[in-house]
Design a protein around this ligand. Sequence first.
Ligand code: NAD
Length: 296
Amino acid sequence: MTRNFEGRVAIVTGAGNGLGRAYALELARRGAKVVVNDLGGSRDGSGTSPAAQAVVDEIVAAGGEAIANSSSVTDEQAMNALAQEVKAQWGRIDILINNAGILRDKSFSKMSIDDFRLVVDVHLIGSAICTKAVWEVMKEQGYGRILMTTSATGLYGNFGQTNYGAAKAGLVGFMNSLGIEGGKNDIRVNTIAPAAATRMTEDVMPEEVLAQMDPSTVVPAALYLVGEDAPTRTILSAGAGGYQRAYITLTRGVRIDAAEATLERIAADIDAIGDREDEILPDNAFVQSALGLGQI
Ligand code: NAD
């Protein structure tokens, strides 16, 4: 096996269970030194347990190098301290996998704003906190690979997951701008949309389906997205042996003179506006106005 992460230093959040654990084990097996972060809470984010240490013990027993960290990704001070400790101990931070997450599923009618806020806080703000903690280190060393974790819910929607969907879609927006900012320092930012049998999905899919969805089926795509040859600003979906790429596209639409742009005209032209022929894949925000101005 090529140990293609030899000498690399990786932080994987929420790596005490499920997907994060699988990423951490494989990164270590391929030569990376790994920080296994996990608060060790239950699926809804309550409580704590020594989940991170158990994964570190597994890595060390297999001959790898790892350290455990049991802070919450929402704890800015603790995450900054962790990044400084890792830099002091191992000299660099090459990879950050923002994976930690919780669920508070309910229909929007029944969901409290506290449930909404907490889920956004862990997934979106937690990812921003961890990214901020490693950002200057990655810039200084001129190398970084950051992976966000979205979800099919964030990309396409799911009943009972308005909070989770909002947080997960936010991570795609975070990636898109951060990837532009990181470009000149070779910091590449990508997103994985996994589907795997973990405690997060144990009661949402039947057992025979879950049996085909081992987290190990997601690992190759996630590791590709944090490797030396990774692309940037790419969303890969992975799970159950299927690998896809998701795009955010823009139709060419129509141009209407200001004097004629009424809601009736929009209604009349809605099919032409939505026509997907010659659809564009914008690589930055200005493409939309360039289309409007008739420049492209
Ligand atoms: P999991 O519950 O097995 O793992 C999530 C881990 O994150 C847990 O070990 C938990 O303790 C940890 N965690 C939670 N809050 C934390 C915090 N504040 N700080 C540090 N650690 C914290 O679930 P999983 O399925 O492995 O999920 C991993 C990621 O993949 C999540 O972001 C999830 O939303 C995403 N995801 C999973 C699926 C799937 O099919 N399993 C689908 C789409 C997205």
